[in-house]
Design a protein around this ligand. Structure first.
Ligand code: NZQ
Ligand code: ZN
Length: 388
């Protein structure tokens, strides 16, 4: 563990089939005014909306609703939510949905009492949030982002063609509580399910492909990857397999609650490219990540050969006999590519609405980061062309 760290996580998780039973006890910790934030239609279709409203009413809450949060939530929706918070004097923002809804709730909380322009301060300059914020509770209906137990918030500014993620302070902008009943995820369409699964896998790889010291975090990351592959195969066969869906849900939460990242440099370049791809195409986050990952890792594996060899052997059980490290590493990346195909994820950027004209703009506007190697704009463009 070569890098010193401080770790905290303030989110209380209620997990399993009876998790919603804990909502009323959680609500008792907050004042009367609740802003209920949710997406377009899914929570009404699965009956969760009615259940939540009934619990809120029994608890005597005044509820204001902000519905229609888009996948890839927009800054305009954040501004609208912030206005509602100020008007209602909201005591709790209750986000019911996937990562987009929870991310939007965090952004609303940070923006509501911000002095100055929240976009410039919190997504442009990445300033520390020093104003009053409103506590957030989450009821998760789609797994993938880990937003239920972290302080990340990814917002798309449609006017500026930017999709920017940032990590807020954990102590006040991670949800105070999160309710995770894996049964809610049964109705997630297959395309969104595999998008969420690949998002989890990508979070694990972004943290894993850094450093050479084989620390505890690397072993934990591998454990999550192996569990996720097993559970994915079972969920593809039977989407209502509770064991599979619950394992996917817990992989998702643990993958990005920051615990597995301690003492790691981390990479995150696949995410940076996908965010700008999302700004231009509005594609599902995990699908974009899957398309970019293989060409990206083919570009950088030689700079972190030791770790890519370990990935091939441990995760994909590649037989190293008679092979060079280079061959083993590339076979591991090939196995990753096969796993993406097994999930039925599209293989090319043109399949998700990207055009050749977009590629230089995406490459230029992508924030450049990395661990073993940092790509420049021509490097990103090359990866995008290969993914096209
Ligand atoms: O809008 P509704 O009707 O709710 O439909 C949603 C949406 O269309 C649907 N859905 C959710 N639960 C469902 C369901 N459909 C049927 N049954 C259910 N139970 O699924 C669609 C996608 O939902 P969304 O919330 O957009 O998906 P996801 O959880 O993948 O969130 C993606 C967003 O999170 C950001 C991404 O960039 C993207 O903007 N991320 C957030 C992170 C964080 N906070 O740490 C990290 C991630 O890397 C990621 O960047
Ligand atoms: Zn992600």
């Amino acid at each position: 563990m070569n890098i010193d760290f401080t770790y905290e996580n303030p989110t209380r998780i209620h997990f399993g089939k009876t998790a919603l039973d804990h909502l009323s006890e959680e609500l008792s910790n907050y004042g009367k005014n609740v802003l209920l934030v949710y997406g377009k239609a899914s929570i009404k279709k699965i009956g969760l909306y009615d259940e939540v409203i009934s619990i809120l009413k029994k608890a005597g809450k005044n509820v204001v609703e902000l519905e229609g949060i888009k996948p890839n939530p927009t800054y305009n929706q954040v501004v609208e939510g912030a206005r509602l918070v100020r008007e209602q004097h909201t005591d709790l923002i209750l986000a019911v949905g996937g990562g987009s809804v929870i991310d939007c709730a965090k952004a609303i909380s940070a923006a509501a009492y911000c002095s100055g322009d929240p976009w410039v301060r919190y997504w442009g300059n990445m300033e520390y949030v020093d104003n009053e914020v409103v506590p957030i509770g989450a009821i998760l209906t789609m797994t993938g982002t880990g937003s239920e137990m972290n302080s990340g918030s990814v917002i798309t500014n449609e006017d500026k063609m930017l999709k920017i993620g940032r990590v807020f302070p954990m102590h006040n902008l991670a949800p105070r509580f999160a309710i995770l009943n894996p049964e809610y995820t049964y109705t997630v369409p297959k395309y969104q399910m595999v998008s969420g699964i690949f998002d989890i896998f990508s979070h694990l790889m972004e943290q894993y492909f850094s450093g050479d010291d084989d620390c505890v975090s690397d072993y934990l990351l591998e454990g999550d990857m192996l569990a996720l592959i097993n559970a994915t195969r079972a969920a593809l066969k039977d989407p209502r397999d509770y064991e599979a869906r619950s394992n996917i849900a817990w992989c998702s939460t643990t993958a990005l609650c920051k615990l597995l990242a301690v003492s790691k440099e981390q990479d995150w370049m696949v995410h940076m490219i996908e965010h700008q791809l999302g700004a231009y195409t509005d594609c599902a986050h995990g699908i974009g990540l899957a398309i970019i990952s293989v060409p990206y890792y083919k570009h950088i594996y030689s700079y972190g050969l030791h770790r890519f060899v370990r990935f091939a052997k441990t995760i994909w059980h590649v037989d190293p006999t008679g092979k060079t490290d280079e061959e083993i590493a590339l076979e591991g990346i090939e196995c990753l590519s096969n796993f993406i195909a097994e999930m039925g994820i599209p293989q090319h950027l043109r399949d998700v609405g990207a055009t050749e004209e977009m590629l230089p703009k995406i490459a230029k506007s992508t924030i450049k980061c990395g661990s073993y190697y940092i790509c420049d704009t021509p490097g990103v463009l090359q990866i995008l062309k290969e993914a096209f």
